[in-house]
Ligand binder design. Structure first.
Ligand SMILES: Cc1cc2nc3c(=O)[nH]c(=O)nc-3n(C[C@H](O)[C@H](O)[C@H](O)COP(=O)(O)OP(=O)(O)OC[C@H]3O[C@@H](n4cnc5c(N)ncnc54)[C@H](O)[C@@H]3O)c2cc1C
Length: 447
């Protein structure tokens, strides 16, 4: 019997499984689909996610698929420069989500069980029973990372307050049989709130549009080549000819977040816990960071050495971060409305963002570099995580009874680093306190 079941082999579920396995747990990932999806919703990795993947040795497998390194992000199409962010990765990595998921999946010890849609969940004092693909699976815990339409969320009747979609957008991957001469066919940050067109590998293009026609058509209406042709012409003018439509889907700006990320033995992460307009490219990044925050805490809890409240600190730390992203994406949606008053607000916001301090604050937020939690004095990057999921103590002596939870390394700058890269002690008194606050009672050494 595995220690933990994970529902959903999207980037969030896969990274949560990777973290749990790294910490020595047995994990089984269940996914509804019969094979990994070939359709990438997200095309961008924000700097904090690049740091997280690099520190886990996962970035090297993703980099060959990189389409672009964008020197910034955007706030409703208003450019936000990242080049002075305090990170070795002051850029957005343009890469299709499928390559991020594949790189993580390739490093799992236990293969993902596919064709295993979760249809029932029951929990008791000792564990969780999950019915998936018609079979029952039992484990101590369930991580629900089954996406924005989460079945687990519905089965548990978990409160998911917020509001429904007000606008409708279309995303499509397509080929172009004609482009206007002089059209700069390259990756640029979006500058229009009405949509964007980006070249992808293999002669494909990504088109995202939010036009008047999309607002008129129902959410279940099929997306046709004609609709895409009209939208592209409206966005970029004449001279484009849409060829083959490889994938197209409608999505909206619904904005909701679970009231509680933990429901007994079920912990929610990624889109299963929060949904919002994907403007500014933050959803995938939220999910990846949920996964690394949850992984080590759940592993410590399962192994019996988590201090009181550690597992619940997953909700306490991550809920406010996603709540803030929901605020940000709602504000960005308003700035994109083609209404003279919204245009006036946009002009003011564009001016404010040009002030360096304001720009740095927005950059820190959208890039994820500014994410912090109570009691944290900073984050690290460039320090590979411990292979076995332990915390890392740099430049200080470790009392021997902590060796099962903390790896020591030499270094001039003393730091105690949580397994998710956040610093909980940075020299001076208080090391023992920090150890017991985050890593529980020390192991008893018998003499
Ligand atoms: C058009 C679009 C563009 C986007 N662009 C960006 C971007 O540029 N940057 C960014 O950061 N984010 C972007 N996002 C958001 C990003 O794609 C999501 O936040 C991300 O996919 C969330 O990952 P996840 O693993 O939580 O969920 P998902 O990727 O949705 O994965 C959920 C998994 O659960 C599985 N599943 C579903 N139901 C069940 C079930 N009952 N049982 C078992 N398995 C199940 C699914 O098969 C899937 O594999 C975009 C979203 C959209 C729609």
């Amino acid at each position: 019997m595995p220690d933990v079941l994970v529902a959903g082999a999207g980037p969030t579920g896969l990274l949560a499984a990777f973290e749990l396995e790294r910490a020595g747990l047995d994990v089984l990932v269940l996914d509804r689909d019969t094979r990994p999806t070939t359709q990438s919703k997200a095309l961008g990795l924000q700097p904090r996610s690049v740091e997280v993947l690099a520190d886990r040795g996962l970035l090297a497998a993703i980099e060959p698929y990189t389409e672009a390194r964008l020197p910034g992000g955007h706030f409703s199409g208003i450019h936000i420069d990242y080049t002075d962010l305090p990170t070795p990765f002051p850029y957005q990595l343009g890469v299709e989500q499928v390559h991020v998921a594949a790189a993580i999946e390739a490093r799992l010890r236990t293969p993902v069980l596919r064709d295993a849609a979760v249809t029932a969940v029951a929990q008791d004092d000792d564990g969780v029973t999950v019915t998936a693909g018609g079979r029952e699976h039992r484990a101590g815990w369930l991580v629900a990372a089954d996406g924005g339409h989460s079945t687990v969320r519905t089965l548990l009747g978990a409160a998911f307050p917020g509001r429904s979609a007000r606008i409708s957008l279309v995303v499509a991957d397509l080929t172009l049989t004609r482009k206007p001469a002089g059209f700069a066919d390259e990756w640029r940050l979006p500058t229009k709130s009405a949509g964007f067109l980006l070249p992808l590998s293999g002669g494909r293009h990504r088109l995202v549009v939010v036009g008047e026609e999309q607002q008129r058509l129902g959410r279940d209406e099929p997306v046709t080549a004609g609709e895409l042709q009209r939208a592209l012409t409206a966005l970029h003018g004449p001279g484009f000819e849409v060829g083959e439509v490889l994938w197209a889907s409608r999505f909206g700006d619904a904005s909701r977040q679970l009231e509680r990320y933990r429901h007994g033995r079920v912990l929610f992460a990624g889109d299963a816990a929060h949904i919002h307009l994907p403007v500014g490219g933050q959803g995938l990044n939220l999910g990846l960071q949920d996964a690394v925050n949850l992984g080590w805490k759940l592993a410590a809890h399962v192994r019996g050495h988590a201090p009181a409240g550690l597992l619940d600190s997953y909700h306490d730390e991550r809920h406010p971060v996603a709540a803030r992203v929901l605020v940000s994406t709602r504000a960005q949606a308003v700035l994109g409305v083609p209404d003279p008053d919204a245009v006036a607000v946009r002009e003011i916001v564009t001016g404010l963002i040009a002030v360096p301090e304001a720009r740095r604050a927005v950059a820190a937020e959208i890039s994820g570099i500014g994410v912090t939690y109570p009691g944290i004095s900073g984050r690290t990057t460039g320090i590979p995580v411990a292979e076995d999921g332990r915390a890392v103590l740099i430049g200080a002596e470790l009392p021997p009874e902590w060796a099962d939870r903390v790896e020591t390394r030499p270094g001039a700058e003393p730091r105690l680093v949580r397994p998710d890269g956040y610093v909980v002690w940075d020299g001076g008194p208080g090391l023992e306190d920090a150890l017991s606050t985050w890593f529980g009672e020390p192991a008893i050494t018998l003499v």
